[in-house]
Structure formats: C-alpha cells, structure tokens
Ligand binder design. Structure first.
Ligand code: ADP
Length: 535
C-alpha cells in the first residue's frame, strides 16, 4: 500500500488541485447567483440551496487551504476544523432539500428539529475544540489528520444523516428531478465515504482527500437541476452564462499578466468582444426562454380546458344515453305489437324514429368511448367469438334504413372461413356498426355490400363496400383523425367525425388494422383486419 501511495503521490495532482479549486469556487458562486436571482431567497428550496452553497464553499476552500498551509500546523488545524465543521450542515441541508423535493417535510418535522440541534452542536464542537480534529501531522511531506476522541461520534451523526436522507426515497414517487438529485447525492456520498473516510482511516492515504471534497460539486449540480426543473430555470441560458463569464474572466486575468502594451490592447479587445457578444447571446436566449415559458403556461391552461371540455362531453353524452335507450325500448314495444295493432303509416314513422334514435345512440356511444379510451378508463371485456355471428347481427340492424333509401344490401359470409377472434364483443359491434352506418349514410343510390374475407392464415378481414361518392386520396389520409369530416359531406349529413377515429382506436386495441380503399366517383371500401385466435 505504501508503494501504491508513493506512486500516486508522484502524479501532478497538486497543479490540478489548484485549477480545480478555482473552477469549483467559480461554479459554486455562479450557481449560487443564478439560482437565487429568480426570486430572492423567498422560496424554501432556494434558501436551502443558498446555504448549501455557503457550506460547500467553506468545506472545499478550507480543506484546500489546510493542505496549502501544511507547514504551519496550528493554522492548518484551524482551517481543517472549519472545513470539517461545515460537513455536517451540508449533509443536513441535503436531507432538507430532499424531503422538500418529495413533499414530505411535514412527516419529518421532528427529525428536522432534532438534527438541527445535533448538527449545530457537532459543528460548533468540531470548530472550537479538538473533539473531531485534534491536529495534523506530517508523514513524508504529506498532511495527515490526527482525529480527536469524538471522531467516531462525528461519523455516526453523518451516517445517521445519510440514512435519514435515503430512507424516504423508498416511499416516494420519484420524478425526474428527484432522480437526478439522488444521483448527485449518491455520487457525493460515495466519494466522501471512500476518499474521506475509508482511504484515510483504513489505509492512511489522505492525499486523495480532495476527490471527496470536490465531489460536493455533484451535489450542487444536481440540486441546481432540481431547482431549474421546477422554476423553469433553463440549462442553455445557464450554460451560456457560465461559459461567457468564465471566458471573460480568463481573458481578463490574461490582460493583467500580459507584458507589452500591444498585448494588453489585444487582450482588452478580446475581452470586450466576448463581453459584448456574450451579452447579446444571453439576452436573445433569455428572450426565447421567456416566450417558451409563456407558451408552456398557455399550453397547460389549454390542456386544462380541453380536459374540462372532455369531462363535459362525456357527462352530457352519458345523460343523453338513458332517455335514448328508453325511447328505443318503447318504440320497439310498439313496433312488436305490444300495445295492439297500429296503422301502416304509424309503423313507417316509428321505424324512422327507431333509426334516428339508433343513430343517436351510436353517436353518443362514440363520444363516451373516445373520452374513456383516451383517459385509459375503458374496460375491455375480451372474449372469444365468431366474427361471422357478430357481422350477421350488426348487418341485420340496418335493414330498415337501407330499405328506406332503396339500396341494394348484401352480406357475404363464406362458410368455410376461420373466424374466431378475441375481442370485446360490444366494442367490435360498434366498429362494424360505424362502418356500415357510414356506408348507408353517404350512399344515395346503388349498393352496400358487407363481407368477410381471409387475407392470410392468421387474419380475418371485415369489409363494407359502397357505391357512394368515394373519398379523395388527400382526404383518406386524414379520415381516421379525431373530429375529421370530409369537406364535401359536411352539411349534407349529421355527424361528429368521431366514428372512424374511435373505430381505429378499438381495432388497434385488439391488435388489428383499419383502412379504406376508395376513388372519387367510384365508391369506397372500408375494412378492418383482426388476428385469428389460435394462429
Ligand atoms: P361522421 O360520419 O360522424 O362524420 P366518421 O368518423 O364516421 O364521422 O367519418 C368521417 C368522415 O369520413 C365523414 O364525415 C365522411 O365525410 C367520411 N366518410 C366515412 N365513411 C364514408 C363512406 N362510406 N363514403 C364516403 N365518405 C365517408
């Protein structure tokens, strides 16, 4: 181990260390300012974040300074104590940040108070006494910490804090911002444990301390992300600001150290251009961000309205369905002769009433289905059935309407066809009803032909062919969209443009496909295919 330690020490860590410390300080400061600029210190999470920044700053810098002043044991010890006293508060703040993130502040109220006292006490003792850090010693030119009597207790509190922070996660719903925060937290914990505890305590390797110390940056970055997510802070803007500021700072430093006046002038020019162009860039990014935020807000409002509209439609549809079902029942009773003989004229009118009522029921069902399926509330009762049987039932429902329009109406069910499908029988009948009803509705003369086919061993196909107006290719593409109705038909017939949309949703739900073949002036053939059972 000694050999390994020796070897590692030869690597140029120290220079890296210097660069890293500057970079980390800059980053802490930068994130600190950006996150808190939005609404100054009003928000709980922002306040916690600000405090986290402060403690990280103390920890990282004083740990570095302690190493830098290693030759002066008293000063180095003092610096180390400052660094170590900043550690428990940082762990504590991460805990606060997390419970706020998962909305469980109430639940951990007592822990919050208890640990506040414990952590404050521990920090103060660490800072002013030799309880945790007793002093430093030098072994082969490197700084080692001599731990105090309370070091075990110190570790215990930190472990308890870690556990306390990790436990609520198991019961929480983890959205993305929580997950990212956790990742940062865990990297931070792990590095601390490994480089600040395991290596120094068990292997006496202290010179890699900085890895643990600097990993605070993961915590910082992750909490920045969480704040950004819920505050609409934007990563592009943040990154550009960081980049511009950082470049400008380097150029400024270079200007200070450059020797000749000529060099200074060039450096100044570069510096000024970066500031100028950078400001322009950031300003335009900000403007874009503001617009995007506005759009996002509007979008949320729109979605809310849309949802309320859906709720209204489904409520209205529901209310309409019961009276229509009642009408259907009574009309059927009269037509079946339950109330005695009726005149031929009355029968004709009642048949019309029945047809129109059936159409309305179909429409209302479609409306109800759409909202249910879209909200994922539709329950499908899947069972095996013969598609021929179902086609026959639905086919029969349209006789009166077809007769009234004087259309030729045919059904072709091949005897030897395999037709077992696994579907929700009611729903698939609604789909067939939609297709036949459309064919009848849009065809004024000629025929409507319904048939079953077997396009392949594994599928069965239901087709409705009509001699109606046909549909252009342009419009065929949009037919199955919600609320779409073909221009030329609007006004001629009633409809909502929901039938085909809902049919598509249902057919696809059962693993099938739906489509149309049509040419303007030559009628249309609407079809759907379903997988056969046992194929
Ligand atoms: P709706 O019939 O309520 O308007 P659909 O979703 O069932 O809604 O149909 C969408 C559009 O497709 C209809 O408005 C109609 O213009 C067109 N369409 C559907 N079936 C046919 C057909 N067989 N012949 C001609 N056009 C049709």
């Amino acid at each position: 181990m000694k050999f390994l330690g020796f070897y590692l020490r030869e690597l140029p860590f120290f220079d890296f260390n210097k660069v890293a410390i500057v970079l980390i300080n800059f980053l802490i400061f930068f994130l600190f300012v950006s996150v808190n600029r939005q609404r100054k210190f009003r928000d709980f999470r922002q306040r916690i974040f600000a405090l986290m920044g402060v403690f990280m700053f103390l920890w990282v810098n004083f740990a570095f300074l302690a190493r830098l002043f290693g030759l002066y044991p008293q000063i180095a010890t003092m610096f180390l104590r400052i660094a170590w006293s900043a550690t428990p508060p940082l762990f504590y703040l991460s805990f606060l940040f997390l419970i706020d993130l998962i909305n469980q502040r109430e639940r951990f109220k007592t822990h919050v108070k208890l640990f506040f006292f414990l952590v404050s006490l521990l920090s103060l003792i660490t800072l002013f006494t030799n309880f945790t850090v007793r002093g430093i010693s030098f072994s082969s030119g490197y700084l080692d910490i001599i731990y105090g009597a309370g070091f075990g207790f110190f570790l215990l509190v930190v472990f308890l804090l870690i556990i306390l922070t990790l436990v609520p996660i198991f019961s929480a719903k983890l959205d993305e911002s929580v997950r990212v925060f956790l990742l940062g937290l865990i990297i931070f914990y792990f590095n601390n444990l490994f480089f600040n505890i395991i290596l120094p305590v068990f292997f006496r390797l202290t010179f890699l301390y900085w890895v643990g110390d600097y990993s605070t940056i993961f915590l910082l970055a992750a909490s920045t992300y969480s704040i950004m997510k819920y505050k609409f802070l934007n990563i592009e803007v943040l990154a550009s600001e960081f980049f511009v500021l950082f470049t400008a700072a380097i150029l400024f430093l270079q200007m200070l150290v450059s020797k000749t006046a000529e060099e200074k002038l060039i450096d100044f020019f570069l510096f000024a251009s970066v500031i100028f162009l950078g400001t322009l860039l950031i300003r335009s990014l900000r403007k874009e961000l503001a617009q995007r935020q506005e759009l996002e807000i509007l979008n949320t409002k729109l979605k809310e309205l849309d949802q309320r509209k859906d709720e209204f439609v489904s409520m209205a549809a529901h209310e309409l369905r019961s009276p229509m079902t009642a009408i259907k029942g009574f009309v059927s009773m009269i037509l079946d002769g339950d109330v005695g003989e009726i005149s031929a004229k009355a029968r004709e009118y009642l048949l019309d009433v029945k047809n129109i009522n059936d159409m309305m029921i179909r429409l209302v069902n479609n409306m109800l289905n759409v909202s249910k399926i879209e909200q994922g509330k539709m329950v499908f009762n899947e069972e095996e059935d013969s598609l021929s049987r179902l086609a026959q039932i639905v086919f029969n429902q349209f006789f009166p309407e077809v007769e009234r329009k004087g259309l030729r109406y045919e059904l072709d069910l091949p005897r030897d066809i395999r037709d077992k499908v696994r579907v929700d029988v009611d729903r698939i009948q609604e789909v067939m009803g939609n297709l036949i009803s459309n064919a009848v509705k849009y065809t004024d003369k000629g025929f409507v032909k319904v048939r079953l086919l077997q396009p392949s061993k594994k599928t069965i196909r239901f087709e409705v062919e009509d001699s109606g107006p046909g549909i252009s290719e342009e419009e065929q593409k949009k037919l199955f969209q919600k609320f779409y109705r073909v221009e030329t038909n609007i006004g001629k017939t009633t409809g909502t443009g929901l039938g085909l949309y809902i049919s598509k949703l249902i057919v696809e739900k059962f693993g099938g496909k739906i489509g149309v073949k049509s040419k303007v002036g030559f009628g249309s053939t609407f079809w759907f295919e379903l997988p056969l059972v046992g194929s």
